[in-house]
Design a protein around this ligand. Structure first.
Ligand code: GLN
Length: 454
């Protein structure tokens, strides 16, 4: 380290950029906390003590993670004054490693959306073209990284919310294998697919952050112990022999001709390196999207039932308790969130649950079995991230169904709980690299390989 800049100066510089930014990425700044932590790191440097890899590195946090004493709003009216009483496990690990949190970042309310327009803090603007959406739901996090307001950000991905905004802003975003990173302290959207993951500008940054936040946590029974991913293992010569892609994703009527031709050109370049290509069959986009949304809505209806103005949330008094619940929830949830709560309660209700909810669980099992079969044949599955490039701000709001269908290529991998990464390569909005469960290392290795050949 050549001490060209102090940690305090670095943090001040980034805080200033965040304050002045016009992309609506900030819900609240953690200025006092950040400067206090920076002073401590500077003192360590002054004393000549050893500094860890992440010590003093400024990062951002999607505003759905608890950080004790700070506002955690989920970009909602309901929680706009809610202060966390504890810190999420993944964030605590980063704090323990000396990273410095700067900001709680704008996102779609409760993760409900694909554009970061469903928020009380104003639509997030794309880092490359501010007339376009930032993507969602972790839009503020992706834009902050792309604009270098943060070095990395922690997003959340239930059905694509890290990968899609990473693609729209041309950076890396990883959804790790479900259970690799603890969800404790992440505000629950759909618990069976919610994943915590890093957004960053390089594969190396993704690797470093992933290693720190991974691991078994007694506070989240779905977590498992994983081994550290070593730099050497992901930068050594490519060990991948076969990759596959889903024919129906590429032959779909809705994919833009540019994304399709760029994707196929990328496949040709990979083939030219001696890697075997398999065309695979998969479920139709409509089946994937409806299975995902049925389950996600059911789970969010259950998870959000605790937000009634009594235990949590801004309360609006009615004539009696029932009225109070109902006014609090009707006035404070967004239209999109209410659509999901109503839909979720409907599919869980007696008379509907067998036909809809249980059928979706069954389809999910079939999707998982299909992945197992495919990963017996191929090492990696490649796909575009979305069928189209980012829409203009305002264009998606009137048509929720179109927005749901834009998630066609990301939600299947979420239902399968697979590790999957957006790399800003291969098409104008990047490419999605997916491996079998717990094989996050292979995803990063292939990303390095793509970097070398594209
Ligand atoms: N766009 C998807 C949805 O609205 C995914 C969101 C997410 O991953 N949080 O459900």
């Amino acid at each position: 380290m050549n001490k060209e800049i102090s940690c305090t100066n670095l943090v001040q510089e980034k805080l200033e950029l965040l304050k002045q930014n016009t992309h609506n990425t900030v819900n609240s700044l953690l200025e006092d906390l950040a400067l206090d932590l920076a002073t401590k790191i500077d003192a360590k440097i002054e004393k000549g003590q050893e500094i860890g890899l992440l010590e003093g590195i400024p990062f951002g946090i999607k505003d759905v993670y608890m950080v004790q004493g700070t506002l955690t709003t989920a970009s909602s009216n309901l929680l706009k004054n809610y202060k966390s009483s504890y810190t999420a496990s993944a964030i605590q690990k980063l704090l323990d490693a000396g990273a410095i949190p700067l900001v709680k970042e704008n996102c779609d309310s409760f993760g409900h959306g694909s554009s970061s327009e469903n928020t009380i803090f104003g639509a997030v603007k794309n880092a490359i073209n501010p007339d376009l959406v930032g993507g969602g739901s972790s839009g503020g996090s992706a834009v902050n990284v792309a604009k270098e307001y943060t070095v990395f950000s922690i997003g959340g991905d239930t059905g694509g919310s890290i990968r899609q905004p990473a693609g729209y802003n041309k950076i890396y975003g990883l959804k790790p294998t479900y259970g690799r990173v603890s969800r404790f302290g992440l505000m629950a959207y759909a618990s069976s697919t919610d994943c915590v993951g890093p957004i960053a500008k390089s594969i190396e940054d993704i690797r470093i952050v992933l290693n720190v936040i991974s691991g078994k946590d007694i506070k989240d029974q779905t977590t498992y112990a994983s081994i550290e991913i070593l730099k050497d293992n992901i930068s050594k010569n490519n060990t991948i022999k076969t990759i596959g892609y889903y024919k129906n994703f590429i032959e779909s009527e809705v994919i833009s001709s540019d994304i399709k031709s760029d994707f196929l050109a990328t496949i040709d370049k990979i083939k030219a390196k001696g890697i075997q290509i398999e065309e695979l069959d998969f479920f139709e986009s409509e089946t994937l999207v409806s299975t995902y949304y049925t389950l996600a809505m059911a789970e969010t209806a259950s998870n959000l039932s605790r937000l009634d103005g009594t235990n949590y949330g801004s309360r609006i008094e009615g004539d009696n308790l029932k009225d109070t619940y109902s006014i609090t929830r009707s006035e404070n949830f967004s239209e999109e969130t209410k659509r999901r709560i109503v839909g979720g309660n409907q599919v869980l209700s007696q008379g509907f649950s067998d036909e809809i909810y249980l059928k979706s669980l069954n389809l999910r099992d079939q999707i998982t079995a299909n992945f197992e079969k495919d990963f017996n044949k191929v090492d990696i599955i490649l796909s575009p991230i979305t069928p189209n490039s980012p829409p203009k701000i305002g264009a998606s709001l009137n048509n929720p169904l179109t927005m749901y269908l834009s998630d066609a290529y990301t939600v299947g991998f979420s239902l399968g709980q697979l590790p999957t990464l957006t790399a800003p390569k291969g098409t104008e909005i990047g490419i999605q690299i997916t491996a079998a469960k717990k094989n996050d290392e292979l995803v990063l290795q292939f990303a390095n390989f793509l970097n070398d050949i594209l």
